[in-house]
Design a protein around this ligand. Structure first.
Ligand SMILES: Nc1ncnc2c1ncn2[C@@H]1O[C@H](COP(=O)(O)OP(=O)(O)OP(=O)(O)O)[C@@H](O)[C@H]1O
Length: 351
């Protein structure tokens, strides 16, 4: 990289990394670079901050093979890595990936594989405040709760001791574009970003500009701020719900055995998950609805091995106050829940 000019953005990111403890000194960082403006801005900032922090930076690129220019894109990033003197790792999809969701899943697997094979415990991506705003809108429209709205977080565990870090979450796409222009970074334009058949592109190109001109010129930052606020609230709720879950399940030993079936284990683990969960209703009845729903979601996740729907969670939550002997309709796969006195039993007969 030609210039080591220190800009306000350098200072901001340096501060963020320190105050949020995103990275350690001398850490090995695997930076995911697509070649677009956000990840080029990211790698440039990290390369410039590198002397202060002593990081060992490497570049990873994933070729989804979904565009005719994807191989050329990969070469472009490889050449850039060479000019920066950085190690370069490439993963190529075995077959072309055409849906956004499939591409994302494969990309995280591919990045994790590089990290595991080459001893990195941290993968860094260039997600921005604009991505955060789009995610808030996208998930709001789909009807996810607070968890979906806050889902782009600064840090999240990916797999096997590898953490994903997103240091640009308070930087907008306008800012990354200006930064790339200032440093003349050679952006690889992704033609699919313009394709309006993808919901995300319609949010980016149609919905957000509409909201900006008709409701709030700062709508991106406002939505990103909403995600930031919700992140802390979801973290708090998760901790409280986890504690309640433990209490609802451990009450058994304090209050004697549940009536039926006699002496069941609280959790019986089968091949792919749990076969039986027993929850104490008296413990759950004292808790607020927000926590009751979360506990029921955990249980269904364990039993059904999928992310449960709103209706499924509501059905199970209703059993907390339902009359004795109440029962739910079967959940997918045949699992069902029933009330026996102070206890809710959730059974999955497949396990
Ligand atoms: N093909 C890829 N190879 C490596 N990393 C990628 C790739 N695609 C995306 N990423 C990483 O995921 C982040 C967010 O992905 P998104 O799909 O929003 O990428 P994008 O629109 O291509 O963004 P960017 O402008 O950073 O290229 C990127 O900033 C980058 O760090």
């Amino acid at each position: 990289m030609p210039s080591t000019l220190w800009t306000p953005l350098h200072a901001k990111i340096h501060r963020q990394i320190r105050s949020r403890q995103l990275f350690r000194r001398n850490q090995r960082l695997l930076v995911a670079v697509s070649g677009g403006q956000d990840s080029l801005c990211l790698i440039k900032l990290l390369l410039d901050l590198q002397p202060k922090w002593g990081w060992d930076l490497a570049v990873a690129h994933c070729d989804h093979r979904w565009r005719t220019d994807s191989q050329a894109n990969a070469h472009h990033v490889e050449n850039l890595a060479k000019t920066w003197g950085s190690q370069f790792y490439l993963q190529i999809a075995q077959e072309p990936l055409h849906s956004e969701a499939a591409a994302r899943d494969w990309r995280y697997q591919a990045l994790s594989a590089i990290a595991i094979n080459h001893n990195f415990d941290c993968i860094v991506t260039g997600h921005t405040a604009s991505d955060r705003a789009e995610t808030v809108l996208y998930n709001l429209i789909r009807g996810t709760g607070a968890d979906g709205l806050q889902s782009l977080t600064w840090q999240r565990p990916l797999t096997d001791g590898i953490v994903l870090v997103r240091p640009l979450l308070e930087v907008t796409r306008t800012q990354t574009a200006e930064f790339c222009q200032e440093f003349q970074l050679p952006i690889w334009e992704d033609s699919t970003n313009l394709d309006l058949k993808y919901a995300r592109n319609r949010i980016r190109q149609e919905l957000l500009p509409y909201l900006r001109s008709n409701f709030n010129p700062q709508v991106e930052s406002a939505l990103a701020q909403t995600a930031e606020l919700l992140q802390a609230e979801v973290e708090y709720l998760e901790q409280a719900a986890y504690q309640l879950w433990q209490e609802a399940m451990t009450e058994l030993s304090d209050s004697g055995d549940p009536p039926n079936p006699p002496n069941p284990p609280l959790l019986r683990e089968g091949k792919g998950g749990w076969g039986l969960v027993a929850l104490n209703r008296r413990v759950l009845q004292k808790a607020p609805l927000a926590l009751q729903r979360r506990v029921m979601r955990y249980c269904l996740q364990q039993i059904l091995q999928i992310s449960p729907s709103f209706e499924q969670i509501e059905k199970l939550t209703a059993l907390i106050t339902a009359p004795n002997r109440s029962q739910t309709d079967p959940f997918p796969g045949g699992a069902y829940a029933s009330v026996d006195g102070d206890w809710i039993y959730l059974r999955n007969f497949r396990l």
